[in-house]
Write a protein that binds this ligand. Structure first.
Ligand SMILES: [Zn+2]
Length: 351
């Protein structure tokens, strides 16, 4: 794989970093496998108004779930921040050092004024929230294995590879999550189901030659990142053209899941559940309805449930003002269909 370190000595260093990491910690039984921290949300000097997205969607998803009575705030799992030693599990030192340039970070998050800020502020207000989300993605695999499923209400930075960030993705949380699962969870076959509108070129580059990872990527081929090299590494490619509607999308997904089921027997599923496929999303250019998103998520959770494979979901892209509501509604639907259990006295009471 492209991720460093690649030599045998490097593998030992990687293994030792993973084994000494604090990101996997014991989560008490009364907590639910929903991971979130208020530090996920980015709101800084009006920057959130410059990028065409809702940069506090993560907190809004949780607030909707709490307001609906589905989620108790005390039951949410707060992850730790991924530290430099954790990030070095896949990222080279040189890449992490490159984030000490505000200009580089501005390019990655696509907000040019960030280039003008002192790097300490960029680190605190932009990179720190991302590192918390990375910690959440990594922990979600452990929780998924213990509980059957987990949702990180953030993460899914699928454009970042070990060596390069881009497209609002500064850290390769999916690659990190998989390396931790290989070493700490005794897992050797992972399926990535990437249903964000964009192609997941980051994890594709990182696992290009790794047969332990099966990548089903369903994406619009005519939008960012147009990474033709990485497309060669997709195990099962499903292209959905601009303007694809809900019925067409869901029937393609049905066929794709059927093929995946016949081709690979995963021990862990990473579901990158971007909502930029929503009708009206200026970036995704697809026409999927809110109900279509709920149906899509239900299909993926059902797929995992029927095979008794632990599944973790990441919210990934989709930053319209309506996205948070749509995601919350989909999680509520998963609960109604008994594909996940969050509330209703199912958890041990806490004080
Ligand atoms: Zn996307």
């Amino acid at each position: 794989m492209a991720a460093t370190p690649s030599s045998d000595g490097g593998e030992l260093v990687r293994r030792s970093r993973i084994l000494s990491s604090e990101l996997y910690f014991e989560v008490p039984a009364y907590k639910v496998p929903v991971i979130y921290s208020s530090s996920y949300d980015i709101a800084f000097l009006g920057m959130e108004k410059l990028h065409p997205f809702d940069s506090s969607k993560w907190g809004r998803i949780c607030r909707f779930l709490i307001a609906e009575g589905l989620l108790d705030k005390r039951h949410i799992v707060e992850p730790l921040e991924a530290k430099r030693e954790d990030l070095l599990v896949v990222h080279p030192e040189s890449y992490l050092d490159s984030l000490k340039s505000s200009l580089n970070v501005a390019t990655i998050v696509e907000v040019p004024p960030v280039a003008l800020l002192p790097n300490c502020l960029v680190d605190k207000h932009v990179l720190h929230p991302f590192r918390k989300q990375v910690g959440g993605t990594i922990l979600s695999a452990k929780l998924a294995k213990e509980r059957g499923w987990a949702i990180n209400v953030g993460g899914g930075f699928h454009h970042c590879s070990a060596a390069n960030g881009g497209g609002f993705c500064a850290y390769a949380d999916i690659s990190l999550c998989i390396q931790f699962a290989f070493t700490r969870l005794d897992i050797s076959r992972v399926m990535i189901i990437d249903l964000d509108a964009h192609q997941g070129n980051g994890h594709e580059k990182d696992f290009s030659d790794d047969r332990r990872v099966y990548i089903l990527d369903m994406y619009n081929p005519d939008i960012y990142p147009l990474d033709y090299e990485a497309r060669r590494y997709i195990t099962q490619k499903v292209e959905v053209a601009c303007g694809t509607n809900t019925d067409e999308y869901l029937s393609k997904l049905d066929r794709a899941l059927k093929v995946a089921a016949g081709a690979f027997n995963p021990e862990l599923i990473i579901y990158n559940a971007g909502t930029d496929i929503l009708d009206g999303d200026p970036l995704g250019k697809l026409k999927i309805s809110p109900e279509g998103i709920a149906a899509r998520d239900e299909k993926v959770f059902t797929f995992a449930r029927e095979r008794s494979v632990p599944l973790l979901m990441l919210t990934s892209g989709g930053y319209m003002k309506s996205s948070a509501r749509v995601i919350a509604d989909s999680i509520i639907n998963l609960s109604k269909k008994s594909l996940i259990t969050i509330g209703n006295g199912q958890n041990i009471a806490t004080t």
